[in-house]
Each structure stands twice: as C-alpha cells, then as structure tokens.
Write a protein of this length. Structure first.
Length: 142
C-alpha cells in the first residue's frame, strides 16, 4: 500500500477531520520520539488510550521506517547538538582500533542532543502533520 493509497483510506474514515488529524499527529510524534524500538507499542497504546483510529495512528508512527529512520535521527541529533552549542558533533574516531565499547564511549556526548533534537523535531513534525492531514481530509471529502 503506497502513500496515496493510505491517504485515500484516511480520507474515507468516518470520523471528524480533527480526530483523524490528531490521531495522525500523535502517531508522528511517537514515531519520531527518542524512544527507539518502542514506537509501535506506544502507537498502539496511544490509539487505545485516546480511542483514536488505529490505522491512522500507525500510519503516523510509520513515517519513521527503515528508509527514513537514519536521516531523521541523524538530522535530529545534529539539530539538538547545534541548539546546545556543540561545535564538533562527530568525534574523531580511531577506526583501526574501534570496538563496540569504544564506539559507545565516543558517542556518549550525543545522548542529550539526541533526546533534545528528536523531541523537538517530533513536536514540529506532529504539528505539521496535523495540518497536512486535516487539510487533506477536508479537501478529499469535498
């Protein structure tokens, strides 16, 4: 099912444009949140807790997928680092003597920029997603 097919299905759902857009926005927020690996579980839980349409919420969650996750999280971490005033985001790594332990040690300084960046980008993306889906549903029903 492609993006256009998913959008057509979303437009056909018999709920208010506001509820549909809100379900999508919450899905986008959760899908881009820093809680990597928990997106699906959190999306399902939010859909049940707020009685959102599960399909719409999960479409929002899966904005972050294997094709988009690396660019989204890389940009979000860079964004967080810049907001925190970091000059050098990527450390100098000794690639010849790299171990998993040394890699995590070298990247530890990116934890707070990652948390800040992904949280802010997920909020911005959720707000934008709300308006895009709201507009699409309203226009698609005309």
């Amino acid at each position: 099912m492609g993006l256009r097919d998913k959008l057509r299905e979303i437009v056909r759902i018999k709920e208010s444009p506001r509820r549909i857009a809100l379900a999508f926005a919450v899905g986008v927020f959760l899908g881009m949140s820093p809680f990597l690996g928990l997106h699906t579980v959190m999306g399902i839980a939010a859909a049940y807790a707020f009685r959102f349409n599960k399909f719409v919420t999960m479409v929002g969650v899966y904005v972050t997928n294997p094709w988009t996750i690396v660019p989204i999280y890389t940009f979000s971490t860079w964004f967080g680092a810049k907001l925190m005033g970091m000059e050098q985001v990527i450390p100098d790594i000794d690639w010849n003597n790299l171990t998993l332990s040394s890699f995590f040690s070298e990247m530890r300084h990116l934890l707070w920029p990652y948390l800040l960046g992904t949280t802010l980008i997920s909020i911005i993306s959720a707000v934008a997603g709300y308006f895009v889906i709201y507009y699409a549903v309203v226009k698609g029903r005309e």
